[in-house]
Design a protein around this ligand. Sequence first.
Ligand code: ZN
Length: 174
Amino acid sequence: MCLSTRLVTWAIVSTDDRRRMSSDKAEYKRQETELDELYQEIILDHYRNPRHKGRLSAPTASEEGYNPLCGDEIILDVEVTDGVVSDIAQRGSGCSISQSSASMMTEVIVGEPIADVKGLIASFTAMMRGSDDDLEELGDLEAMAGVRKFPVRVKCATLAWHTLSQALEKAKSS
Ligand code: ZN
């Protein structure tokens, strides 16, 4: 089931049905729908205009991740300078969730110290497992929380992050 199915379902509920709903319930539903739309916009924007797409000429480490459930593939090049992720590039192919998650990830981690990046990886994967503890820290990445409604797609969202974790391990020993 794709992310937009719920929106479409909501859109085809007749106006009369909506009027019959208590105003509180309708308002709650409206806000929820708007949130979904906002999140979809963020995800689709990253899918259509991926950030840090490509490869680095001299990466400290490269790592490839594959999600057999969906066929998603992500290849990351990371450059680590003085304990900071000084540059990153990503490429690959797969569903919009996997590719946009990779794009969003590169945008937030470039220029960050490795310790902070590791904290972010932990927070993001915790969110995808159902935790709402670190939503503030995660900012726009919260858009991916909508994917939790489709458990089989969670691996799409976390693929880039697991791959990054492995790339950082490699960078440490290089
Ligand atoms: Zn996928």
